[in-house]
Design a protein around this ligand. Structure first.
Ligand SMILES: [Zn+2]
Length: 400
């Protein structure tokens, strides 16, 4: 005789029961694990998380399957005494949620077998969704949605779900969806005319109780197709989240929910076009600015420090400057908390800009480099910016 009679095996909807305490043990958490002679609490296993609830009012925070030693009810607070008779109550909303996910998984997994002969290799109930890894070689959203469609039809046909206990010899003669993980007597979950599979989890009385199934996303993982799905109350919660975020995006775009993708696409196109125009205008502006700077150049050297200009804008200006023969541009910017430098020379001017840049950047506690005619860099030591430029200018005059 096993230590604990598992009441959830015969009735997934039983949530209140009386039982006797047969064993107590201390957990490292400081809490006490209670073993009962019978329990309706489902312990974590088979991809399904364990139940929570109360024993005589004390919180059961975790339920662990200890095999032949029974089910451990980890109790937070006052634990009952050995041999005491306790009243257990399972949290129904959590149980219903897990039941919907698990039965939903059986239905969805069989849908993939029915349509594509693609078996499910593993299953997990996560915090807000579930995952199955399906041996499906060429997944597309359409292919997956067809299986989701079939699964929902089976749900809405409200088929009966029954539990059959059979010997392994009897099981060998039956068309099981997956091979039993163990020998001996087997517990089979049968969905009328659709699926028969060995499982120790809690399942709905009828498929209708699952409500609905929706696939959230899929990806290829380790040669399998990992599908994230939600069933029952999770599908409704997921719809509410998706609807809320879709409405929020639509409000930002001043449009209706279902028009938001089209409006966003248009805005992104406009954004790209504006960027193209800004880049073109920056070049025109750089040419005008270059002319002014060249007028005040000494010996063909333009040295200037700007505030709040990024490296791209500095480079545009440098290009415009060195388009003029015999010109050297030593440009810098205080861009937020960073010093940015761009050194450039026209093809017929002398001096190695990459050497100048490395020297200047060392003074700025930064890094830089490039080609002899064009180099860029920067650093965080803004206080040394003027000194770094002066140093570069000195190196330039020594070189020539
Ligand atoms: Zn199962």
């Amino acid at each position: 005789m096993p230590v604990t009679e598992r009441l959830y095996y015969s009735d997934s909807h039983l949530i209140e029961f009386d039982a006797r305490v047969v064993n107590l043990s201390d957990r490292v958490s400081g809490w006490v694990a209670v073993v009962l002679d019978r329990t309706a609490f489902y312990p974590t296993g088979g991809g399904q998380p364990g139940d929570t609830g109360t024993l005589n009012g004390a919180r059961v925070v975790e339920c662990i399957d200890d095999g032949d030693n029974g089910v451990l009810h980890v109790v937070q607070g006052a634990a009952p005494a050995r041999d005491a008779v306790v009243h257990g109550r399972v949290d129904w909303s959590r149980r219903l949620d897990h039941t919907q996910q698990h039965t939903g998984q059986h239905i969805l997994s069989q849908a993939f077998v029915t349509l594509y002969n693609a078996p499910t290799r593993s299953f997990r109930v996560l915090e807000a969704s579930c995952e199955i890894d399906v041996d499906l070689s060429n997944p597309t959203t359409d292919i997956i949605e067809r299986a989701v469609e079939l699964a929902n039809n089976v749900i809405w046909e409200d088929r009966a779900i029954t539990i059959r206990n059979v010997t392994s010899e009897e099981a060998a003669e039956l068309p099981l969806r997956k091979d039993p993980a163990r020998g001996g007597e087997l517990r089979l979950i049968e969905i009328e005319g659709f699926d028969l599979t060995p499982c120790g989890g809690t399942h709905a009385y009828r498929t209708g109780e699952v409500g609905m199934i929706a696939a959230r996303s899929w990806e290829r993982a380790k040669g399998l197709t990992r599908i994230e799905f939600v069933a029952g109350t999770r599908a409704l919660a997921d719809y509410r989240r998706a609807n809320k975020s879709a409405h929020e995006v639509a409000m930002l775009l001043s449009t209706g929910r279902d028009d938001a993708p089209q409006v966003a696409t248009q805005m992104l196109e406009e954004h790209k076009e504006l960027n193209r125009r800004i880049r073109a205008l920056e070049e025109v502006a750089a040419e005008g600015e270059a002319e002014k700077l060249l007028a005040s150049a000494t010996d063909g050297v333009v040295l200037h420090v700007f505030s709040d200009r990024d490296a791209d804008a500095l480079k545009k200006l440098a290009h415009a400057l060195v388009a003029k023969p015999q010109t050297i541009a030593l440009l810098a910017s205080r861009d937020k908390d960073t010093a940015r430098l761009v050194f450039a020379r026209s093809a017929d001017a002398s001096g190695d800009m990459s050497v100048l840049m490395r020297e200047a950047c060392t003074m700025l506690d930064g890094r830089g480099g490039g080609r002899p005619d064009m180099a860029q860099g920067g650093g965080k030591n803004l206080a040394k910016l003027d000194a770094a430029l002066t140093h570069a200018l000195t190196l330039l005059s020594h070189a020539s």
